[in-house]
Design a protein around this ligand. Structure first.
Ligand SMILES: [Zn+2]
Length: 291
């Protein structure tokens, strides 16, 4: 059975140029490796996700002409996450934690990305899970050896990187790390293509997938990000880079936006309109040596 590759935006805003870049990498790798594209709406964070942004993702992708074989929405998959959590609980791999946000920041060191490295304050407290607790994974002290197709080999220890991380938070929401692992297993994801800002999550996800029963992790390809040339900051919704939709409303065509993204990757010599098919082929050509 052909494996899937995923495109997994979060509906917390409209898609912007960083998403278009990511989509082109995903569809190019699908083209190179014969993967089927699965569209996953990552709305695990219900405090930030909004339904109108979900519809906008479908509409914007279709406007460019992207096609996908299957789709899923994380907020409809609670049963799957619950079942996966029960498996971990049965194997005594979880515990409840009642640390407040403040105490987490005060009592634990942070890694270079500003994430808390949880020191296990609640590990032996045997707290009853309640609406006031989060659920943490007992992260085994194991080294994970893995390889990124573009960036090479890594040897990392999630226990040292982040400690016992959260699977379900105090608001009873599934965390990104947990939902993604369950989804990557159940949605038959054989190839993960995503921005290199998510690279540091990889070792812990491989470890968690193993605890959930998947021994053979997906292949990983972390692509370079788009930078705002004026500030050298990563472009993101949070930095309010102009959405694709806003540019469309100002009269830009899909081909013009695709041309700009290809130009930003030096795939064409001057910024000019280009079809989606040609854009995917140019991206494929640039990265095929990695596969
Ligand atoms: Zn705690």
């Amino acid at each position: 059975m052909a494996q899937n590759i995923r495109f997994a935006p979060s509906p917390t805003g409209f898609l912007h140029e960083g998403h278009l870049l990511s989509a082109l990498y995903v569809w190019a790798v699908a083209n190179i490796g014969g993967y089927k594209v699965h569209l996953r709406i990552e709305d695990h964070d219900q405090s930030r996700a909004r339904p109108e942004y979900i519809q906008a993702i479908y509409d914007d992708l279709r406007w460019f002409g992207f096609e996908w074989e299957s789709q899923s929405i994380q907020s409809e998959r609670s049963c799957a996450y619950e079942k996966a959590l029960q498996l971990l609980e049965k194997n005594k791999l979880t515990y409840a934690c009642d640390c407040s946000r403040k105490s987490l920041l005060l009592e634990n060191p942070c890694n270079s990305e500003g994430e808390v490295i949880y020191q296990g304050r609640c590990l032996n407290k045997n707290l009853e899970a309640s609406p006031f607790t989060s659920i943490r994974l007992k992260v085994p002290t194991k080294t994970v050896y893995w390889s990124d197709l573009r960036l090479g080999a890594f040897c990392e220890s999630p226990a040292a990187q982040c400690g016992d991380f959260t699977l379900k938070d105090r608001q009873a929401q599934w965390t990104y790390q947990f939902a993604v692992c369950v989804d990557d297993i159940e949605e038959n994801i054989g190839m993960v293509v995503r921005g290199e800002d998510l690279r540091s999550s990889t070792a812990r996800q491989i470890l968690l997938m193993k605890l959930l029963g998947r021994n053979e992790p997906p292949h990983y390809f972390h692509h370079p990000l788009l930078y705002d040339p004026s500030s050298l900051l990563k472009l993101s919704k949070r930095q309010q880079s102009e959405s694709l939709r806003a540019q469309k409303e100002k009269g830009k065509t899909a081909e013009e936006l695709l041309g700009r993204t290809c130009f930003s990757r030096q795939l064409i010599r001057k910024e000019e309109p280009i079809s989606l098919k040609s854009a995917i082929l140019l991206f494929s050509k640039q990265i095929e040596r990695y596969f």
